[in-house]
Design a protein around this ligand. Structure first.
Ligand SMILES: NC(=O)c1ccc[n+]([C@@H]2O[C@H](COP(=O)([O-])OP(=O)(O)OC[C@H]3O[C@@H](n4cnc5c(N)ncnc54)[C@H](OP(=O)(O)O)[C@@H]3O)[C@@H](O)[C@H]2O)c1
Length: 297
């Protein structure tokens, strides 16, 4: 059915709403839909959608057929939002959650980002419409576009990760799985844990980035207490710094070193390797990870 939208008369199917559509994962989902010619709406504060202002939710959901939900960490609003989405006639929901959400001891009980995902997953599983949950591990793009980017630029990754390793996942793979789940019936009811194909220690990450970027980066292991103190000194809220130290601790404790099968299961191909990410990243154009005083993880 043709619809009149603020972007003119569009033919074909109703649009897909991508929350976090300007972020690391959402922007890649949006660009895939744009390349396919699929009608897509970006949900972010700069396009008028605000998680913290519920009067913006209904306008964002009007006439939408499917939603990619990138939750607001620290808020517990996913349940209310997906209920509104169903009321508005949305036919499919794909949720971005996180690996470790169901692993005892992964994060502490008062980790607010963890609670966002635990409650968000519960609400999505209870929906009467098709849903899919994506549980990515640590994003490779944290080093080029997210929290770790300034440390990469400064040449020193100071983290409480010890000698632990993680199977960093490329946000390009997360976006590929999200697009598949938003457009294909076979992913309904699936929970996909997403990782890269091998585990790297932070020292190996620093080497891979140094090789790809031509910029020397070294890893300096520090304690959680040092990390929290340094982050607060850089302007982080104490709770955010503590939450982040907590989840980096999961790497140190060996809880992120396993390979997950979500990318091959959803897409029938292997996940991208960290070296591929590192050689494709634009290391000379690393942006600030700070948005409105909050770090982007
Ligand atoms: N980074 C990791 O390693 C990792 C691993 C597993 C899971 N995750 C999960 O991934 C999610 C974040 O995804 P991401 O890294 O792709 O996002 P991101 O790069 O941090 O970007 C955040 C997005 O949310 C939007 N946003 C921020 N505050 C908002 C608000 N109040 N209302 C509406 N939109 C808002 C931002 O746009 P505006 O600024 O324009 O509003 C932007 O589009 C989190 O739930 C995190 O727990 C991350």
């Amino acid at each position: 059915m043709a619809r009149l939208t603020d972007r003119g008369l569009t033919g074909g199917m109703d649009p897909i709403l991508v929350l976090g559509g300007t972020g690391k994962v959402g922007s890649r989902v949006v660009s895939r839909f744009n390349q396919q010619g699929t009608d897509v709406l970006v949900g972010a504060r700069r396009t008028g959608f605000d998680w913290l202002d519920q009067s913006t939710w209904d306008p964002a959901l009007a006439g939408v057929r499917a939603v990619f939900v990138v939750p607001l960490d620290g808020a517990t609003l996913t349940g209310e939002f997906v209920s509104k989405a169903v009321e508005a006639g949305v036919e499919r929901v794909v949720l971005l959650s996180g690996r470790g959400v169901d692993v005892p001891g992964y994060g502490s009980d008062d980790n607010t980002a963890g609670l966002t995902h635990v409650l968000g997953e519960k609400a999505v599983r209870e929906l009467d419409i098709p849903w899919t949950i994506l549980r990515p591990g640590w994003f490779a793009q944290n080093f080029s576009e997210g929290f770790f980017a300034p440390a990469v630029q400064a040449g020193e990754l100071r983290l409480p990760a010890g000698d632990g390793a993680a199977t960093f996942v490329d946000a390009e793979d997360i976006a590929d799985v999200a697009v598949a789940a938003l457009t294909e019936d076979k992913h309904a009811g699936e929970t996909y844990e997403l990782s890269g194909p091998r585990a790297l220690t932070m020292a190996q990450v620093a080497d891979a980035i140094s090789t790809a970027s031509g910029r020397e980066v070294r890893y300096v292991p520090i304690t959680s207490e040092e990390f929290i103190a340094e982050s607060v000194r850089d302007g982080w809220p104490q709770q955010d710094a503590a939450d982040f130290a907590d989840v980096i601790g999961a790497i140190r404790r060996g809880l992120d070193a396993h390979v997950s099968d979500g990318v091959p299961r959803a897409l029938g191909r292997e996940a991208r390797d960290f070296a591929t990410f590192a050689s494709n990243a634009l290391w000379s154009a690393v942006p600030s990870p700070w948005r409105d005083g909050r770090p982007s993880t």
